[in-house]
Ligand binder design. Structure first.
Ligand SMILES: [Zn+2]
Length: 404
């Protein structure tokens, strides 16, 4: 269906304004309801957002969210932050919408994550050929791993890109992490994602200054130093959560950067953080195993001074090497970056590929990697040059600010 035709369809829809939700999208700062939601109705998704002013049929409507029923069914997001519904009565009589239920009964739940809200919409039968909608912030997203806390919301573009990044992961990887209680928490910005949960980080950032002339992290005569604020870190893994805000600050300038449209960045951060998640999913970290320790030690033994500087993050920390190599093997890095990682840490990479990933059902052959990621994987090939410091958008796990 073409876009203009769809707009036409929306214009023609009879709009039933029913039961505005008590909790609106703009007023999400409600106490989190911790009761678990037992799903007793089919789950639906929002497949399209119509918010172009030219295509909205009447004043007072901010957007239509198309729901994947067989017919035309839209949740209407009103400018006063309430929700209502738009649908054709004939689609109900044709049985194209929801299974028939008595008035007041739940007929479907629509996951709100794809438009960037926590929770979902409960659609109920409202008697003869009618429905009502109620926004409920506590409903768990149907997207595996994804969690949007009730105190925040993200742009629909960010939500969409994050959901497709999660869905690009191998299924056994995602389901095993879900089984281990791992979540991917997204939030509007570093305030909602970081400071909200860890107030001491806000204090740390208050006095921490970033010098744009210095790299984000380096080895100085005093040892390894991380020069970043929390606010300029793209994500981190903590308490079984990969936390990845939509808006962060730019290292060295403090300028706000909205990552909604940065698909490659989102994939890179997500895969890296979930590399940590895999590392720490069980009682002891894979990156602390004897085999990984000795592989890592052997890999960095041949590092030039240039490599030590450019790969300092992974040279300095086995767990960072583990996370980023996992991201590389799963295809989450650019070809150039993957080539650097997989050639400089070839023994470490091989342990993850051969010993670790198969334990959770992810089997990647050397041929797969050569074909799709890095043509010289496990070959005697000329060394790849490292040309610049590889900046990682996350905080090392062991950096805990000490505050007086
Ligand atoms: Zn990391």
């Amino acid at each position: 269906m073409g876009l203009s035709k769809l707009a036409g369809a929306v214009l023609l829809l009879p709009v039933f304004a029913v039961q505005p939700s008590e909790v609106s999208a703009q007023h999400l700062r409600v106490p989190a309801q911790v009761r678990p939601h037992t799903v007793s109705a089919p789950i639906y998704e929002i497949t399209e957002i119509i918010n172009d002013p030219d295509r909205l049929s009447e004043p007072g409507i901010a957007a239509y969210y198309k729901v994947n029923t067989k017919g035309d069914f839209y949740i209407t997001h009103n400018t006063d932050s309430t929700f209502s519904l738009a649908y054709r009565s004939e689609d109900i009589t044709k049985g194209l919408l929801f299974p028939e239920k008595a008035a007041g009964q739940l007929v479907g739940i629509v996951d709100a994550a794809s438009v960037g809200f926590p929770g979902g919409f409960e659609i109920r039968s409202a008697g003869k050929a009618a429905y009502s909608v109620n926004y409920a912030s506590h409903i768990k997203s149907s997207v595996s791993l994804l969690h949007i806390p009730t105190h925040t919301q993200v742009s629909s573009t960010y939500a969409k890109n994050m959901i497709s990044a999660i869905k690009s992961l191998p299924e056994p990887f995602t389901s095993e992490l879900a089984k281990q209680g791992i979540t991917v928490m997204i939030a509007k910005d570093y305030n909602d994602a970081y400071y909200y949960y860890y107030p001491s980080w806000k204090e740390y950032d208050r006095w921490k200054t970033e010098d744009p002339a210095k790299p984000p992290y380096e080895i100085t005569p005093k040892g390894y130093v991380d020069n970043r604020k929390y606010s300029s870190t793209g994500g981190f893994f903590i308490d079984k959560k990969a936390v990845i805000p939509q808006i962060v600050t730019q290292y060295g300038t403090g300028k706000l950067v909205d990552r909604s449209d940065s698909k490659d960045y989102i994939v890179r951060v997500l895969y890296h953080e979930l590399g940590h998640a895999l590392d720490y999913a069980y009682s002891s970290a894979f990156s602390d195993s004897d085999s990984f320790k000795s592989a890592h030690a052997l890999d960095v033994k041949s590092f030039s001074d240039e490599d030590k500087k450019n790969l300092v993050y992974f040279y300095n920390s086995r767990s960072e090497a583990f996370a980023h190599l996992t991201a590389a093997l799963l295809g989450g890095l650019s070809k150039d970056e993957a080539a650097v990682m997989l050639s400089k840490f070839k023994r470490s990479a091989e342990i993850i590929r051969e010993d670790v990933l198969p334990r959770i059902g992810v089997n990647i052959s050397v041929e797969d990697i050569r074909k799709n990621i890095y043509p010289d994987y496990n070959r005697k090939a000329p060394p790849v040059k490292t040309s610049q410091v590889i900046s990682i958008p996350d905080m090392p796990r062991d950096l805990v600010p000490q505050l007086a």
